[in-house]
Design a protein around this ligand. Structure first.
Ligand code: BV8
Ligand code: ZN
Length: 240
């Protein structure tokens, strides 16, 4: 059996990583995530945007995978599992999932915005002294070209990494069923994957405590948190 697992910020919520729309407290509370997660915001105020990602990277590094991440990793013993995530943390990998495509990039990596150079150790993982409030922080300058470092995420208005998008489409095309977990289904083109699955005749299950924009187009909606729903899915599949 081949399962495509499409996950969103609700997958990380039970690990203490705030969902994208909740990710703005402290210094960032007066901003709108969709405005801050853009190349325009970074160009206008690089210290504010780099500081936000450094704060989020510190949060994500402290988080630990929950029973839902573990269930997805355990599913690999019973099925071919492709995780296609909108999340930028590394909780799926840390739980042991071996095939994870990040449609919106990786928070725990950074690169030069001009030439793409990376650095080791990665400056986005430097010890964080901004506390819970967060603080502005100047992005490091690239040793190679003098450009500014930026988080290795996909901002609004930026194209998704071709390899990740292709992996997502192939996962949906090749699967027997799709399980969508913890996404409001508002961000494109990621939100179009479930409807692509439906158009291909693949059954789609949604796990989310509340209805989302995708609920009208899924075959079943389990109104429960990711940890509960994914353990139930594992029991159903492992139990045979
Ligand atoms: C692109 C990385 C083109 C950065 C992110 C008008 C109409 C339609 C589309 C557009 C439009 N105007 C612009 C667009 C395109 C735009 C878009 O979709 N905008 C939306 C807002 C309308 N998309 C883009 O710009 C994309 N690029 O289109 O490029 C292009 C093409 C070629 C060349 C150049 C350009 C890029 C989009 C990627 C943006 N980057 N993240 C960062 O993290 O800072 S998106 C970011 O927000 C997240 O990654 C995530 O994907 C998204 C948030 O969505 P969710 O994951 O669903 O999280 P959310 O908080 O919304 O919902 C949480 C859900 O979990 C809820 O349903 C909740 O009930 C549930 N939940 C809560 N607790 C639990 C739970 N579920 C289970 N268990 C629980 N315990
Ligand atoms: Zn550079």
């Amino acid at each position: 059996m081949r399962i495509a697992l499409l996950t969103g910020a609700g997958m990380s919520a039970e690990s203490g990583v705030p969902t994208f729309r909740d990710a703005l407290t402290g210094l960032w509370s007066r901003f709108d995530a969709e405005r801050l997660a853009t190349p325009q915001a970074f160009r206008a105020d690089p210290d504010l945007v780099w500081g936000w990602y450094r704060w989020r990277a510190a949060q994500a590094s402290r988080a630990t995978p929950h029973a839902g991440h573990d269930a997805i990793a355990a599913l690999e013993r019973h099925a071919h599992v492709d995780v296609v995530t909108q999340n930028v943390d590394d909780l799926h990998e840390r739980a042991g999932s071996t095939r994870v495509a990040h449609l919106h990039g990786r928070l725990l990596r950074s690169r030069c915005d001009d030439c793409g150079t990376t650095a080791s150790p990665d400056p986005i993982l430097a010890p964080y002294a901004g506390g819970d409030e967060g603080r502005r922080e100047a992005p490091p300058a690239c040793a190679r070209c003098g450009g500014r470092f930026r988080p290795d995420v996909v901002w609004f208005g930026e194209a998704l990494p071709e390899s990740a998008w292709n992996a997502g489409v192939e996962a949906v095309r090749g699967c027997d069923c799709v399980v969508v977990v913890g996404t409001s289904g508002l961000v494109q083109p990621a939100a179009s994957l479930p409807s692509m699955a439906r158009a291909l005749g693949k059954p789609v299950l949604e796990i989310n405590p509340v209805p989302s924009a995708l609920t009208p187009q899924v075959d079943a909606h389990w109104a429960m948190p990711a940890s509960t729903g994914l353990q139930r899915l594992l029991d159903d599949i492992a139990g045979g």
